[in-house]
Design a protein around this ligand. Structure first.
Ligand SMILES: NC(=O)c1ccc[n+]([C@@H]2O[C@H](COP(=O)([O-])OP(=O)(O)OC[C@H]3O[C@@H](n4cnc5c(N)ncnc54)[C@H](O)[C@@H]3O)[C@@H](O)[C@H]2O)c1
Length: 366
């Protein structure tokens, strides 16, 4: 690999991956292509561009001509496709958008790769790697063993269906045209630079603003929470050692119900405020500033339609073939993420433009 195109590189996992790759393989060129949708913070892209060997273009993966030109100009030999509309709730409110980006966008990217890579002479080695999700398999019943790569897809949400469709197109380009492709699936990631609409940052940032935190249904949906750094190591392993045409489960992590996760996060926030009294002045609307527990803001609300109860991935193949080392995950790692959001308020406040500075807001009535 000499030059990577990382699509969606300004987003959560993509930006962590660019940092990971740049630190691991200094000197290798990385081109980031990102449309900077509502989900991306331009500050993240600016930080990436300041890294050696990283350049960035604002653009759409669905723009096949532009992508083709970029592949030629930058002599790209590896594409890692993170670009997606990634929020399940938004996909339920407006399914068309996920189809346009996740399905048609991926197809345009595949087509550009086919036209540029398979027509060059002499042929250079290349790889199209698709970032997929555990959600394509659908719900795991109680007592059912985790999904294997050979299991059929049964997506529940429009988001999961669009990711499943994209995976099928990736495999079809591999089989029909001989494009060297691979796919990896992971569960829920956590770490820095995640949009505050997603469960962990949503909980932290809403508690800090003194806003209630919705708990869907009974909150007993179970998820595996994978540190984003572990996911990046797994993707690196697939790119370096994975078979063309292969799919790999990069699972593992901390398995918790959503309610357990929110309670743990609230407990970590309570601990931080007890240990660092200055946080009360920084976040005066949070319940902890008044000596009340963060969990006082948790509220059960109507469940998401079609909400899967549980996901699970068997990581045996990635362990055997790639040497992937799934981690059990730990609450200490979750604490590191809590600390990141406590420190990085300007970054997440970019996404909440309606939020008046805390100092200008009234204290809520008792
Ligand atoms: N976050 C998770 O826990 C998780 C778990 C499994 C799989 N995934 C998959 O990983 C990938 C990255 O997820 P994320 O959480 O980082 O998402 P994200 O929403 O944080 O980032 C997506 C990025 O893609 C960009 N983008 C959207 N449409 C684009 C387009 N048409 N052209 C170019 N860029 C575009 C956005 O601007 C954004 O920067 C997605 O494919 C997602 O399905 C995510």
């Amino acid at each position: 690999m000499t030059a990577l195109l990382v699509t969606g590189g300004a987003g959560f996992i993509g930006s962590n991956f660019v940092r990971h790759w740049q630190a691991r393989f200094p000197g290798q060129r990385i081109l980031v292509l990102d449309r900077l949708t509502y989900a991306a913070n331009p500050a993240t892209l600016e930080q990436l561009q300041a890294l050696p060997d990283v350049t960035a273009e604002v653009g759409d993966i669905a723009d096949q001509e532009r992508v083709s030109a970029l592949l030629r100009r930058h002599r790209i030999d590896t594409i890692v496709n993170f670009a997606a509309e990634s929020h399940v709730d938004r996909s339920i409110a407006g399914p068309a958008t996920v189809v346009v980006t996740n399905v048609l966008g991926t197809q345009a990217l595949l087509e550009a790769s086919r036209r540029v890579w398979l027509q060059q002479s002499p042929r250079r080695s290349c790889r199209f790697h698709q970032i997929s999700t555990d959600e394509v398999y659908g719900e795991l019943a109680v007592g059912q063993p985790p999904f294997r790569e050979s299991d059929p897809y049964h997506p529940s949400s429009p988001y999961a269906a669009s990711k499943a469709a994209a995976d099928h197109l990736v495999y079809a380009y591999g089989r029909t045209y001989g494009l060297p492709v691979s796919v990896s699936h992971s569960g829920n990631n956590y770490g820095p630079f995640q949009h505050p609409e997603k469960l962990i940052p949503l909980t932290i940032t809403r508690v800090l603003q003194g806003a209630t935190v919705p708990v869907y249904g009974d909150g007993l949906q179970r998820r595996c929470w994978l540190p984003v750094a572990t996911h990046c190591l797994g993707i690196e392993a697939v790119l370096r050692r994975g078979r063309a045409g292969g799919s790999y489960h990069l699972g593992g992590g901390l398995e918790l119900s959503n309610l357990e996760l929110l309670q743990q996060l609230c407990g970590l926030l309570d601990q931080r405020f007890q240990a660092q009294p200055q946080l009360a002045a920084e976040y005066p609307l949070s319940p902890m500033a008044r000596g009340e527990p963060a969990a006082s803001l948790l509220r059960h609300v109507t469940d998401r339609p079609g909400h899967d109860r549980r996901y699970g991935l068997d990581t045996g193949r990635a362990v055997r073939e790639l040497g992937f080392a799934p981690e059990a995950g730990s609450l200490a790692e979750l604490g590191v993420v809590v600390d990141w959001y406590l420190r990085q308020r300007p970054w997440w406040r970019y996404f909440l433009p309606d939020e008046a500075p805390c100092s200008q807001r009234r204290q809520p009535q008792a």
